[in-house]
Design a protein around this ligand. Structure first.
Ligand code: FAD
Ligand code: NAD
Length: 451
């Protein structure tokens, strides 16, 4: 039996953050990860996705450049060469994590962890014990019980594609669906999306609708109210059965982007009586405690906002609480900013208009600004930007900020600080603009929108 102060199960964003912070506080830490270090974000999520988004932005920039008067005609992407570069970058990040673990004397065990007792973990042939165990096992793409499901791929397989498909079908209307649709379209693929409800459910309705319109302008064909019931393969291409009775296709690739489920199956949680919720997620309180004393959970496995910075912050706060002498440390889940790397990107902080009206009723009032960003106006490219502020009370406290358009992915972060500090519309009015930029429109918004 090997003894530690902390055992972390899972070497993704949340697990690495908890392990590294705890080791910096002087704890003896074991980290269990059977696959590559970095988890979803580094290997099949944020990082390779963002690399592809940058490639897509560059493809678009070439068309804009031609409109500006540059002579060169847009070229196509050498996909294998780009993938090689992207994967080298991912490899470097993994290498840095391995170095950090070594440097902090964290015992990295390349095995799957399984509970024998709340304080005892089986890792291959090794048995470990610690008074504190963190579950940071993340989530995996949902699989649907539909004939031919396996003929499609999930986001995990998307990053292994070795050529840009000519025609792609994407099922789903959430983060992953709109991001992959935008990337593929910009790189020259014909994209059909199949969305059972609306795009970006849970987001501000007006912004989600606006994003859909922009995606259409971009050439993405969005089929709303449509469920794919079966997938057939004929002569090397895919044909679909839609519940409306039509048979879309042919496609070279079908991507299922229909949500993610918590990874708990390998943990043998029944043995310790760990409580899970209706979506199969590990239930936690505000301090990341599960119902089993000494067992905690952070990140996607808890399904409390499946974002890397959330997993990282939860892991660090927990380590500070357990080993850093900060017994009250906990993550504040309010006003967490998030960007969807669609084309154009969509940014959100705090409440949607619908959530605010539900919480504050008639106190809610809005400010909006819609405009064509200068760099695209010059190129005669029809892409609109929409900024929306959701405020409450006489002092117009900002409870939500929503935006889509080129550059919002970088604009949002600074405003997130202001909102976290309790900014009001008056604070924005009192801030001078940086001119000429798109961001300045956020501090130049005029009167309240009536109604
Ligand atoms: C395509 C895609 C794009 C994304 N883009 C963004 C983005 O742009 N921005 C953003 O903030 N978020 C993004 N996310 C979400 C982000 O990747 C996750 O929220 C984040 O990775 C969650 O971290 P985690 O540590 O909870 O889980 P993970 O990173 O999934 O790590 C869990 C780890 O646990 C390991 N594991 C599982 N079971 C066991 C076991 N029994 N024993 C040992 N190890 C185990 C797994 O192998 C895995 O490595 C994206 C996700 C996807 C899928
Ligand atoms: N930029 C980012 O920060 C980023 C990017 C990608 C993913 N993520 C995180 O990963 C999570 C998972 O992403 P996702 O896109 O898989 O999930 P999601 O919850 O964002 O979207 C899932 C989509 O699938 C649809 N769906 C679910 N079941 C279906 C079914 N049976 N048939 C048809 N459609 C179905 C839903 O209606 C929804 O449109 C996100 O919620 C997000 O937290 C973040």
């Amino acid at each position: 039996m090997e003894t530690f102060d902390l055992i972390v199960i899972g070497g993704g964003s949340g697990g690495l953050a908890a392990a590294i912070r705890a080791a910096k506080h002087g704890a003896r830490v074991a980290l269990l990860e059977p696959k590559e270090l970095g988890g979803t974000c580094v290997n099949v999520g944020c990082v390779p996705k963002k690399a592809m988004w940058y490639a897509a932005q560059m493809a678009e920039a070439q068309y804009i450049a031609v409109d500006y008067g540059f002579h060169d005609t847009p070229g196509s992407l050498d996909w294998p060469r780009f993938i090689e570069r992207r994967d080298e970058y991912v490899e470097r990040i993994r290498g840095k994590y391995a170095q950090t673990l070594d440097g902090l004397h964290i015992t990295h065990i390349r095995e799957t962890g399984r509970f024998l007792a709340p304080d005892r973990i089986q890792a291959g042939s090794r048995e470990l014990t610690a008074p504190h165990v963190v579950i940071a096992t993340g989530s995996s793409p949902n699989r649907l019980d539909k004939p031919g499901f396996e003929r499609g791929i999930t986001s995990d397989d998307f990053f292994a594609l070795r050529a840009c498909p000519r025609r792609a079908a994407i099922v789903g209307g959430g983060y992953i669906a709109v991001e992959l649709a935008g990337v593929l379209r910009a790189l020259g693929c014909d994209v059909d999306m199949f969305v059972r409800g609306r795009l970006m459910g849970g987001f501000d309705e007006e912004m989600a609708f606006g994003l859909g319109e922009e995606m259409r302008k971009h050439g993405i064909n969005i089929n709303y109210g449509c469920q794919i019931e079966a997938v057939h393969e004929k002569d090397g291409v895919l044909l679909l059965d839609c519940d409306r009775g039509d048979h879309p296709g042919p496609y070279d690739v079908l991507v299922w982007a229909v949500g993610r489920s918590s990874n708990t199956a390998s943990l043998d949680i029944g043995r310790i009586g760990l409580r899970t919720g209706e979506y199969g997620h590990v239930e936690i309180d505000d301090y990341q405690n599960t119902n089993v004393p000494g067992v905690y959970a952070v990140g996607d496995v808890t399904q409390r906002m499946q974002l890397t910075p959330v997993a990282v912050a939860a892991g660090r706060k927990l380590a500070d609480r357990l080993f850093g002498g900060k017994p009250e440390a906990k993550l504040d889940y309010q006003n967490i900013p998030s960007v969807v790397f669609s084309h154009p990107p969509l940014g959100t902080i705090g409440m949607s208009e619908q959530q605010a009206r539900e919480a504050y009723g008639a106190e809610v009032h809005l400010y909006k600004q819609s405009f064509i960003p200068m760099q695209l106006a010059l190129a005669h490219r029809p892409m609109t930007t929409l900024f929306k502020l959701i405020c409450v009370g006489d002092d117009s406290r900002i409870v939500g900020m929503q935006m889509f358009g080129p550059g919002v992915d970088e604009i949002l972060q600074g405003f997130a600080v202001a909102i976290k500090m309790g900014a009001t519309k008056g604070d924005l009015d009192a801030t001078l603009a940086v001119h000429p930029t798109a961001a300045e429109e956020m501090v130049l918004m005029g009167d309240r929108v009536p109604g």
